[in-house]
Design a protein around this ligand. Structure first.
Ligand code: GLU
Length: 475
């Protein structure tokens, strides 16, 4: 069997968005499952969208995620260059070869002529489709134009009858009527190829066996296959990935909450958790398991289990997955991971190191992403806490004033400020105020933290310190 090879083929726009990264992950998992090669190819034929440093950025992102490229622009390989703008000679050569074979033709139509056609189509509410004007130019005419330097593009000559079809691993049998296929441009007048041409030439020359990419290419793939056939090349296997939707049901974009990997990373999402979450976005294992390392994903990944229906990017689920990874961290790693967020937000200069450690320890199981530590611990750093409506409502309960009064007296009496003694004060309050459960804990928690949930109450109170606790109790 031929060694499986797949590629991740982003445009170097300077970002790695969720959808992008998911394509890379699916390609990686699929090909590594079969012991194959994973390549990076930079598709920079739209030079206006190019961003400085984008290639390094893509490498860094993928490296953080554990996705290493076997070949690519920075680490090389036998089928380079791996950047499309460095392969222009190749595209020209192959486009001309197609012309010779009769499957493509020179088109000298001026922009004005095409504009007119577009206008007519628009006026008739029809989709614009090139009319094949240059398809049958005589050899002499073509040579004359070329000699005179008339700008040209090279177009693919589509069959006008019959159907073209292929089998997609996710979408099944796809078939289109040939007469709806436009004689699309393969090579532009500036010498750059279109995506439609470059992807085929490159995938062939780079020995790509499996093409995993977004489903926006499902319906144009028959055109690509016609190119493979015209050259006499073997078609790859296609795995078109279902779309990722935002919470509003629209295609995920910046507007409806798409995040870039680096945004998430800087917020304190762990790359392993992001990869784990994205692998489950449109794919599921045979059982209901949800937490996987990359190696485990490689082992169980089966592209046949990719779902056809679109999946929804769900931050809550991502938070849950990330929280599982945070809980599993050993404390030293957790400390190194979250301390910078705390330091950036608060003045820690007058805090003991042991106090900071204790604070982080009690919150390790209470955050979903690193930066959340700032939000959940702000009750330790601000002078005044406020109650939300739900807290206010609770504090209207009849037993609350007495519970707080008794608890205040108990706290005042503590001379040795330890967690055990704080806990004893709570137990004494239970006896003396004759309240238990929620009616005991909740008024105290709300009064001293301003929140209804959090880590163990004695730990929290102990960390707040006697003075702060008393001043909040007396408000
Ligand atoms: N450059 C294309 C994109 O970013 C890649 C599609 C493909 O993988 O072939 O959409």
């Amino acid at each position: 069997m031929e060694k499986p090879r797949t590629r991740f083929a982003p445009s170097p726009t300077g970002f790695m968005h969720i959808g992008n990264l998911r394509s890379a992950i699916f390609g990686y998992l699929m090909v590594k499952h079969d012991g194959g090669d994973f390549l990076l190819r930079i598709e920079d034929t739209d030079q206006t969208r190019k961003v400085e440093g984008a290639v390094e950025f893509i490498y860094n992102t993928c490296k953080l995620c554990g996705l290493e490229f076997d070949e690519g622009p920075l680490n090389g390989g036998p089928y380079g260059p791996y950047t499309q703008s460095e392969r222009l000679d190749l595209y020209k050569k192959y486009a001309e070869e197609l012309v010779e074979k009769g499957s493509a033709y020179y088109c000298f139509c001026s922009e004005e002529r095409l504009e007119k056609l577009r206008k007519i189509a628009e006026d008739n509410h029809m989709a614009f489709m090139y009319d094949g004007h240059c398809k049958n130019l005589s050899k002499e005419e073509i040579e004359k134009n070329l000699k005179e330097g008339v700008p040209y593009v090279i177009r693919q000559k589509m069959p006008k009858e019959g159907t073209s079809s292929y089998d997609d691993l996710v979408y099944g049998h796809i078939s289109v009527e040939n007469h709806i296929l436009e004689d699309q441009i393969l090579l532009k007048s500036d010498g750059y190829p279109t995506y439609n041409f470059a992807n085929v030439v490159d995938d062939h020359l780079m020995h790509i066996t499996h093409v995993a990419r977004g489903n926006e290419y499902v319906m144009s793939t028959p055109k690509y296959n016609l190119l493979y056939d015209a050259f006499g090349w073997k078609r790859p296997l296609y795995i078109h990935l279902p779309m990722v939707l935002g919470p509003d049901g629209q295609k995920l974009s910046k507007r409806n909450g798409d995040a870039s990997f680096m945004d998430l990373y800087h917020e304190g999402y762990l790359p392993e958790a992001i990869v784990n979450y994205l692998a489950l976005l449109g794919w599921s294992p045979e059982d209901n398991r949800e937490i996987f390392t990359l190696e485990e994903l490689v082992k169980v990944f089966d592209p046949k289990r990719i779902s056809k229906s679109p999946s929804t990017y769900d931050v809550k689920k991502l938070n849950w997955v990330n929280a599982q990874y945070i809980k599993k961290m050993n404390f030293d790693s957790f400390y190194l991971f979250v301390r910078p967020y705390l330091e950036e937000a608060y003045d820690l200069s007058n805090k003991e190191e042991s106090w900071i450690k204790e604070l982080l320890r009690i919150y390790q199981n209470h955050i979903s992403y690193g930066k959340e530590i700032v939000e959940v611990t702000d009750l330790f750093f601000k002078d005044h806490i406020t109650f939300n409506e739900e807290c206010k409502e609770f504090m209207k309960e009849e037993t609350v004033p007495n519970t707080l009064k008794v608890f205040t007296e108990e706290i005042e009496q503590i001379s040795d400020w330890t967690v055990e003694n704080v806990n004893q004060a709570i137990m004494n309050t239970k006896e003396k105020a004759n309240v238990k459960g929620k009616m005991l804990y909740m008024p105290i928690r709300i009064q001293v933290t301003g929140q209804m949930h959090g880590p163990e109450l004695p730990d929290t109170i102990h960390l707040l310190g006697k003075e702060t606790v008393l001043s909040r109790l007396k408000k």
